[in-house]
Ligand binder design. Structure first.
Ligand code: PLP
Length: 417
């Protein structure tokens, strides 16, 4: 088969690729060296000087009273649930389209994740599905601000207030996003951020919990610090473990956070240009841009491909083809409803067993998420949006090239059997 597609031996659109992530610079190297020389490596006593400095700066960026750095962006959600007193017998509503951590956290706290569908326009949690899933056991909603979008916080806040339940925002993709001028993670009872290596504010590993509540901040801090009271003079313990962030990791965050603002602006500007160039690109659907999202920021930029326009290729083959063209991307998360880990009828949790009827496989169906996750989503790497106008133009050229080679993709699929 002869083809222009790089995946079939043709010349890639962008052989030089895109800028590296994380963004290593001398200031970061120096900050870590200084932290090492200081001898203050660990997280105890909590917070270390670098951790406290990062917390102050991050709280300012998100416009929130407290930022509590910790080990990663999974236990942040577990700690948030525990600080809210959510555990055995309780239910927490999560979207089907997310990383497994969002559903793992309720399980780790002892609660049952109840998985609901997402809306097609933004692929964020469907407020109507949330409302329909509420039972007397429901204690929290855990919306995810996936990729470049935010969940509909107006609807979710209204639902949470009417039912007296908490919102914990999964902001792993959302450093710097704003909804009606409020920072992501500053709207719900807690916001949960990840600093894992691919995230847009990284220390390799790490996470930060944000909250405006003094009381919740104190509880969360105690839970991650082996149950110690925030004020060491107080001999009061809660049930906790060591989830502290090390001060060396915090030094990385302090060095990286000063660049966050400029990187967010650069990506947002490039995203606007991308959206302009993608107008009229049949076979590729962009997610809705909600005007209530007053500040855009993203970890990866999600588009949906229509396999029919791509010769029957689903997102996995489209991603392979784009990667070969030099445009880094990824299929993203499969729907949690397809993940064996989260099949409630397999659970031994009393809450799940009591509700086995309601959670039977045939009821466990999230059509939007199922289809999007297994066939449609393409998550473009953040660095595609940090390479100037040419970087964006090359990505659009590559997408068009792959789509226009639908016949080659069809043959490739046939040849693979
Ligand atoms: C949506 C979402 N939530 C939570 C997490 C968990 O973050 P961490 O890897 O820091 O535990 C991730 C990380 O990939 C994520 O993408």
């Amino acid at each position: 088969m002869t083809s222009q597609l790089a995946i079939l031996g043709g010349t890639p659109v962008r052989p030089q690729g895109y800028p590296d992530w994380p963004d290593v610079d001398e200031a970061t190297v120096q900050a870590v060296a200084d932290a090492v020389r200081s001898g203050r490596w660990g997280g105890f006593p909590y917070p270390g000087p670098q951790t406290a400095e990062f917390a102050r700066r991050f709280a300012e960026i998100e416009g929130v009273k407290h930022a509590i750095p910790m080990a990663n962006g999974t236990i942040t959600m577990e700690v948030a649930l525990k600080a809210l007193g959510i555990g055995w017998g309780d239910e927490v509503i999560v979207p089907a389209l997310t990383f497994a951590a969002t559903a793992y956290a309720p399980l780790a706290a002892g609660a049952l994740p109840v998985i609901v569908d997402v809306v097609p326009g933004t692929l964020a949690i469907d407020p109507d599905a949330v409302e329909a899933a509420i039972t007397p056991r429901t204690k929290a909603i855990l919306p995810v601000h996936l990729g470049q979008v935010m969940a509909d916080m107006d609807r979710l806040e209204d639902i949470a207030a009417r039912h007296g339940i908490a919102i914990i925002e999964d902001c792993a993709h959302s450093h710097g996003k704003q909804w009606r001028g409020q920072g992501a993670g500053a709207i719900g009872a807690f916001g949960s951020f990840s600093h894992q290596s691919s995230k847009i504010l990284t220390a390799g590993e790490g996470g930060t919990l944000t909250t405006n509540s003094d009381e919740l901040a104190e509880r969360a801090t105690s839970i991650i610090d082996c149950g110690r009271a925030k004020d060491p003079a107080e001999e009061r313990y809660t049930f906790g473990a060591n989830y502290r962030l090390s001060d060396i990791q915090a030094a990385l965050l302090v060095a990286q956070v000063v660049k966050l603002e400029a990187q967010i602006v650069e990506r947002a500007k490039a995203a606007l240009y991308f959206e302009e160039l993608m107008v009229g690109m049949d076979g590729v659907t962009l997610l809705d841009v909600d005007p209530r999202m007053t500040r855009r920021s993203f970890y990866r930029y999600i588009v949906r491909v229509d396999p029919e326009a791509f010769g029957g290729a689903t997102n996995d083959l489209v991603c392979d083809a784009l990667d070969e063209e030099g445009v880094g991307c990824w299929v993203g998360y499969p729907s949690l409803t397809r993940d064996d880990l989260f099949q409630p009828w397999l659970s031994r949790l009393p809450a799940a067993m009591e509700h086995a009827d309601r959670l039977r496989p045939e009821a466990w169906h999230c059509p939007v998420s199922d289809r999007a996750g297994s066939t449609e989503t393409v998550y473009l790497d953040e660095n595609v949006f940090r390479a100037g106008r040419q970087g964006v133009e090359d990505a659009v050229t590559a997408i068009r090239k792959v789509r226009d080679a639908a016949g080659d993709l069809r043959s490739l699929i046939a040849a693979a059997g």
